[in-house]
Design a protein around this ligand. Structure first.
Ligand SMILES: NC(=O)c1ccc[n+]([C@@H]2O[C@H](COP(=O)([O-])OP(=O)(O)OC[C@H]3O[C@@H](n4cnc5c(N)ncnc54)[C@H](O)[C@@H]3O)[C@@H](O)[C@H]2O)c1
Length: 255
């Protein structure tokens, strides 16, 4: 029986790349996003490649919607093997300019969203006595970035949660790990480039160019670069790894 995976925020960007990679690996992929048009588009494309997929529009920060998503998956496939809590947003601002509601909004999606998806998945996986929970962190989970203070704080939180949850769920046969991308050429980075530009007095495109100089491997990352590592975390090859937040960043952060 094929493994079943949920990928959140899979309507575009890194999540979309992960959905295609896991489908190629032979998993049945449930595509989640808050954007109905994109989520249906990705699901249609996966179907046309022969994947037994399903599209679920849900907001990862909404407890009822997350639990309903996991219930729907278990109803259709009878199990849930892999949860990829990928959905996230960025907010570019000096910490002293950020409002409390902006702070709450980014934490709602990047942290509460990961917590809810992991919790709902774990309750099902405990019954099965196996499962893989894979969270999206970032290089910003290992090193705080200026103008991305709240974002960095959410990703440090994901890293801490990943470690603690791994300890709680290890005895139930469930592994919990995180992937930490660097600079991936997605809509999120378009936004970061546009919003950081005025602070650094740089025109559009130049922030990405400047930050790309930090990349040891000399090129901007693609969603596929991330997806191949998530493929490993979703496979039995990673069965002895848990509690890790691993950098897959072309060598931006080394420690
Ligand atoms: N792009 C990068 O350089 C980079 C680097 C490190 C980590 N990340 C992380 O990777 C993940 C994906 O980023 P991306 O670059 O693909 O971003 P993106 O903005 O291109 O895509 C994010 C997707 O998440 C969806 N989403 C947003 N809020 C949601 C919600 N409440 N519920 C469900 N879906 C929601 C969006 O609709 C979108 O389709 C994020 O967690 C991000 O923090 C990105």
């Amino acid at each position: 029986m094929d493994k079943v995976a949920i990928v959140t925020g899979a309507g575009r960007g890194i999540g979309r790349g992960i959905a295609f990679r896991l489908a190629k690996d032979g998993l049945d992929v449930v595509v989640n996003d808050i954007d109905a048009e994109n989520v249906n588009q990705v699901s249609q494309e996966l179907k046309s490649l022969g994947s037994n997929t399903m599209a679920i529009v849900a907001d990862v920060s909404n407890e009822k919607e997350v639990y309903a998503m996991v219930d729907q998956v278990v109803e259709k496939y009878g199990k849930l093997d892999v949860m990829v809590a990928n959905a996230g947003i960025a907010k570019v601002k000096l910490a002293i300019e950020m409002t409390a509601s902006e702070w709450d909004e980014i934490f709602a999606i990047n942290c509460r969203g990961v917590f809810l998806c992991d919790q709902a998945a774990a309750k099902q996986m405990i019954k099965q006595k196996n499962g893989k929970i894979i969270n999206c962190a970032s290089v910003a989970a290992h090193s705080g970035f200026n103008l991305l203070a709240a974002y960095s704080a959410t990703k440090f939180a994901v890293r801490g949660f990943t470690q603690a949850l791994a300890k709680e769920l290890g005895p139930s046969g469930i592994t919990v790990n995180a992937y930490c991308p660097g600079i991936v050429g997605t809509d999120m980075w378009d936004l970061i480039d546009e919003k950081i530009g005025p602070y650094l007095n740089l025109p559009k495109g130049e922030v990405l160019k400047k930050y790309s100089e930090l990349i040891t491997l000399g090129r901007v990352q693609t969603p596929d670069d991330v997806a191949c590592f998530v493929s490993y975390l979703a496979s039995s090859d990673s069965d002895y790894m848990t509690g890790q937040s691993v950098m897959i960043d072309g060598g931006i952060v080394m420690s």
